[in-house]
Structure formats: C-alpha cells, structure tokens
Design a protein around this ligand. Sequence first.
Ligand code: ZN
Length: 283
Amino acid sequence: MLHHAGARPRTPGRGRRASVVLVAGACVALATACGGTRSQAAASPTSGGLSVSYEAPARGGGAERDFLREHRPAEKVAEDVGGALRLRKAIAIVGRSCEKGDVPEYDPETRRIVLCYSYVAEVRSMFERAHDPDPAGRTAGVLTETLYHEVAHALVDTLGLAPTGREEDVADQFAAYRLIPRGPEGRAAVLAAADNYAQYARESRPEDVDLGAEHPPDAARAANYRCYLYGASEAEGSDGDASSDDDLVDGTVLTEERASLCEGEYGALRRGWDGLLGPYRRG
Ligand SMILES: [Zn+2]
C-alpha cells in the first residue's frame, strides 16, 4: 500500500520500529479518537476517528515537520473524511522521520498512515528542480492527494469495503473523488499530483517501470488524474475555465482519445465511491 512506485525503490518498511515516541502534536477531533494530548495511544488507536500527530524529527526533518504544521494537509484530510463519514476504528496519521527511501504507507496492523518527513523534502525538491513557480503550494497539494490515497486504503481495511478494481487505482480515485468537488484548491492538488507523477515518469528509466507492480506506472497515474479533472469539467459544462481544461489534454500525458472517455470515467468513480461509502455517511 505504498503510495509511489516507479522511479523510487520499493521499501515495504512495515514494523521497522517497535516503539514510537510521539510528541504532542496536532490532533483533529473527529469522532472520539482525540481526547487530550496525543501520546503512545496514537500508535495503536483503539477508538473510531482520524487523528494527526507528529513525531520529533530524528536528524534533519525539522523544516518538513514545520511545513506540515503550517500547510496542514493531514489535518485537512482528517477533517474532511472524519466529518463526512462515521468511522468504526481509529486511524492515525503520523508524521515522522523514516529511513531513506521510505514513502507514505498505510499499515493495516497498526492502522497508521506514516508520512515521512523525507518524502515531503523529496516532493518539494522535485518541484524546485522543475522550476515550478510555487513549490511549496504544489508540494502541499501532492501531500494532500497522497494522504487521501492512504486514507482510502485505511477505509477499505477498517470498513471492510469491497472495491472491484485494483485497490491502488481505487485509492487514487478516492483522492479525486474528495478533492475535485472542493473547487480550485482541490483541483490544484490533483493537478500537482498529476504533474509530480509525470515528473517521476520522465525521470524513470524504462527498465524501472514494472507493469505488473501493485501500483499502475507513474505515467498512467498522471494521465488518470488529468482525465478525472477533465472529465469533471466536462460534466460541469466547463463554465468559464475552458482554456485551462483544454490544457489538461496535452497530447502527451493525456491524449484526445483518452480525454473523450473522461467524463464517463469520472462519473463512474463518483458512483463507485458513493456506493461504497453510502452506509457510513454522516447525516
Ligand atoms: Zn496505495
């Protein structure tokens, strides 16, 4: 259930450390998970809801923890999902220093989503390397999408959902499902993720692409996200933002041929997640 594949080494990394020291961090009160100061309890949650905490960085990582606290992608995702759904079990999002090469991951044994400080730095450095005019904002967007992806794994696990597609595809679709309807900021996060995947794809060697891997190739994930954005705009009638919608169909990441299917794909993913989550929706 690692988030990224492609150019990165795959490091399962589950259960690397038996003991975890958590500092008092952000705690998003949703359902019943967050009572009082976060502590060891966040590493093995026992009650329903989503919590967010940050471990003290090991070496380096202080800037990345500050970045997460400032931009609050984890808190925003926890607030959104916890506010929309009745969750049976506690799910902890934990920012921490990981070993080199670690990527975001949901661990069903501990029901923890680990967001490594090194991953924050990696994404930001990629946008800086690409001379992106807003590396901080774009990094926050990717982190938000990443967390929705991991939360989707957590929902499948803790709610016992049964998606019929490859879970990695379905998890990406969940990110689009939650982000795209939220307006410009949500759409920008999805586009940042698409661009980040496209950059991973460009920087990969052909022999690094594993078509049989758990995740689809990075280039496919980039195309999918652009497709969902384009499909949503088509479904909404492209009111006033037609030029940027057309930019999504660049002929390279997203082709005209695929784009013609995107409205249908976006509608299908919305119906799919509506159906999966219907029994757990608040209100
Ligand atoms: Zn995944």
